[in-house]
Design a protein around this ligand. Structure first.
Ligand SMILES: NC(=O)c1ccc[n+]([C@@H]2O[C@H](COP(=O)([O-])OP(=O)(O)OC[C@H]3O[C@@H](n4cnc5c(N)ncnc54)[C@H](OP(=O)(O)O)[C@@H]3O)[C@@H](O)[C@H]2O)c1
Length: 333
């Protein structure tokens, strides 16, 4: 089969190449999936640039890519959830990435039936952003009626999060540029703050939850608008202090994590609000929950652009430019 391999860390043009490699075989508990479409996420180019090399000791060259939709072609010993011909979607775990390929062999526990109403590209656009939002909102313990600020409501994560928050009956404020303000409103946001026209820090605070998809100064500033007793859930800020323990990291990494979080923890203590950061976990059961949300009409996938399989470098560059409205997808078949 053909698969994109990561051969080193650096620029995509220097390190990612399309190669012919052996077809995967379904090992115990695994299924092999013929991939029809693969979803892109910022973690893909960050991984190429080396962002995960300290915590995931990848043996290179290796396939990359987290999200996919496709059809099961074979089933390994002991795997019982799927049969050949089943349409499925999946978010690979950090150890099993490899969806920018024609096939993948993967633990059936990470796989779920493809939402019946979706095409393969639509289904491939959802796993990572959907799991991230279910898990982030779960950590925040969100409840109906709470007020949430979702940064970058027009992005891959944001387009899912705005819809999911409305489904849970939260009051949603979201930031984006004026170019995307009407679009984010159309996803259900109660209020949109266009960052090129207004400073969200001057538009009132008191949020129960801030969903920080942007990182940098946005993480520290989240504590200026979250209410006492509230929570800042960050996807892009510094790892929280429990992260090193969860990852089983050594002393040096623990110290580095502690130092990286100093400003955020000072802001959190001053505001009397919690800080939580996490890495998305792959989970087939939660993908079934997401399929149910799609099938009942609560979530609609938003695809900005589809790229042909041989255009992965262009697709990654497009996503990395940071202006995607919804998701970027690779058409594999
Ligand atoms: N920790 C984890 O496990 C985890 C999981 C998922 C994602 N993440 C991280 O979360 C981040 C967001 O991911 P994503 O997939 O949503 O990225 P994305 O799709 O690339 O985000 C692009 C969107 O961000 C908007 N944006 C850019 N600057 C903005 C600003 N200053 N204010 C408001 N909106 C702004 C853009 O809108 P305009 O064009 O209108 O500016 C665009 O629509 C990434 O860094 C990703 O790595 C982490």
């Amino acid at each position: 089969m053909r698969a994109y391999l990561l051969t080193g860390y650096g620029a995509v043009s220097d390190t990612v190449r399309l190669a012919e490699i052996a077809d995967p075989r379904a090992a115990a508990g695994e299924v092999v999936i013929d991939i029809h479409a693969a979803g892109l996420n910022p973690i893909d180019f960050k991984l190429v640039h080396g962002a995960l090399k300290r915590i995931s000791k990848y043996k290179l060259p290796r396939p990359i890519g987290f999200d996919a939709s496709g059809v099961v072609t074979s089933v390994g010993p002991g795997a019982s959830k799927f049969k050949p011909g089943d349409a499925v979607y999946v978010r690979a775990s950090r150890d099993t990435i490899g969806t920018f390929a024609e096939q993948i062999g993967i633990d059936e526990k990470l796989v779920a039936p493809r939402p019946a109403t979706l095409s393969h590209p639509e289904a491939a656009s959802l796993p990572l952003v959907g799991l991230t939002t279910l898990q982030g909102f779960g950590r925040a313990g969100v409840r109906a009626g709470q007020r949430i600020l979702i940064h970058a409501g027009s992005g891959g994560v944001g387009t899912f999060a705005v819809q999911y928050a409305k489904h849970l009956k939260l009051h949603v404020t979201s930031t984006t540029s004026s170019r995307n303000a009407d679009f984010v409103k159309s996803l259900g946001a109660d209020r949109v703050i266009a960052y090129d026209r207004e400073n969200y820090l001057e538009q009132g605070g008191g949020y129960d939850i801030v969903y920080d998809t942007l990182g940098g100064a946005f993480t520290v500033d989240a504590f200026k608008v979250v209410k006492r007793g509230g929570v800042v859930i960050s996807l892009s800020g510094p790892p929280d202090r429990d992260f090193a323990r969860r990852e089983g990291a050594g002393l040096l990494v623990r110290i580095a994590v502690w130092l990286m979080g100093r400003k955020v923890y000072a802001a959190s203590a001053k505001a009397g609000a919690a800080y939580c950061w996490f890495f998305t976990e792959s989970n087939g059961d939660q993908l079934r929950d997401i399929a149910a949300l799609v099938e009942c009409g609560a979530i609609k996938p938003v695809i900005d652009r589809e790229f042909a399989f041989d255009k992965l470098p262009e697709a990654l560059a497009y996503l990395e430019a940071g202006r995607a409205r919804g998701k970027v997808v690779l058409k594999v078949r």
